[in-house]
Design a binder for this molecule. Structure first.
Ligand code: AMP
Ligand code: MN
Ligand code: MN
Ligand code: MN
Length: 273
């Protein structure tokens, strides 16, 4: 069984539709996947449908954007009852806040003599979760920067002149939102940014697991996070963080897989909840 639990679609900052992602998963020999778009579940229905046709199990997931003191902390949720009305109401608020933030970023760019229009950013995307990635793509498309990385390094990254903070959501609330819809919460790619102290805080808050397998984790980090998971009885997850683009660190779908046992253990844990 081949399992990749970290895939994005064009409903957040991925390139492909949910159907295309599931088809690619099938082509790459995957049996189980999870779609974890940033702050939206809009791709799940379609992915699950196509998954049934192709014989790929699609676990409903999400990657929530939270932060502590300005540090982004992504929280993955698996096996969520995403149709829940209260949950969807919260996601609609996040969607609106992201739109407002994108507008503020565009205003900052305009003040820097970059006449980008918000409408042209929107026209270029299917996304329900407008992010800096879409603005970066528009900046490239209209020739204001030469590539995606220049957009982040010059304008959109932390500390840059057009930077705007994302949704103000605490990890505590992100974990709660996920558990309220029956899901399991995981710290996404901790090796990318998380200090030991922040990791301890998240464990204290009752996170269910850690994403141990991720392109940003070398063997040493994988072993380190596995030992933490063992010590605190936490679950493990992992995947390729596939967006489908041409980013430097982009890996093909299924490049990072986890044992099916991870999924079985999650299901067992859910039965105890
Ligand atoms: P947002 O959720 O709007 O803050 O956008 C975050 C997304 O932008 C992440 O999921 C990454 O895919 C991408 N990203 C963030 N920082 C950088 C960076 N310095 N260089 C390239 N991509 C980045
Ligand atoms: Mn992303
Ligand atoms: Mn992430
Ligand atoms: Mn991701």
């Amino acid at each position: 069984m081949r399992v990749d639990l970290h895939l994005h679609t064009y409903y957040s900052d991925g390139v492909y539709s949910p159907s295309q992602v599931v088809m690619k998963a099938k082509e790459n020999g995957l049996d189980v996947i999870s779609i974890v778009d940033h702050d939206t579940t809009d791709g799940l229905e379609e992915a699950i449908e196509v998954g049934k046709e192709l014989g790929v199990e699609v676990i409903p997931g999400i990657e929530l954007s939270s932060n502590i003191n300005g540090t982004d902390i992504h929280i993955l949720g698996y096996f969520i009852n995403w149709r829940d009305e209260v949950f969807q109401t919260n996601l609609r608020v996040f969607k609106e806040l992201r739109i407002q933030r994108a507008k503020r970023i565009v205003e900052k760019l305009n003040a820097l003599d970059i006449p980008l229009e918000f409408e042209s950013v929107i026209e270029l995307t299917h996304s329900s979760s407008i992010s800096r990635v879409h603005i970066a793509n528009a900046l490239v498309r209209f020739g204001y920067v030469s590539d995606f990385y220049e957009a982040f390094n010059k304008y959109l990254g932390v500390g840059c002149p057009a930077y705007e903070k994302n949704i103000e959501l605490s990890p505590r609330r992100a974990i709660k939102l996920i558990s309220e819809v029956g899901g399991l919460s995981f710290i996404a790619h901790p090796g990318r940014y998380l200090s030991e102290n922040e990791l301890a805080v998240l464990i204290e808050l009752g996170i269910d697991g850690i994403e141990v397998i991720h392109p940003s984790h070398d063997d040493e980090l994988v072993n380190y996070y596995r030992s933490i998971a063992d010590e605190y009885f936490l679950l493990e997850s992992g995947g390729s963080d596939f967006h489908g683009g041409l980013r430097r660190d982009e890996h093909c779908i299924g490049a990072y897989t986890v044992p099916y046992k991870f999924v079985e253990t999650m299901k067992k844990r859910l039965n105890f909840k």
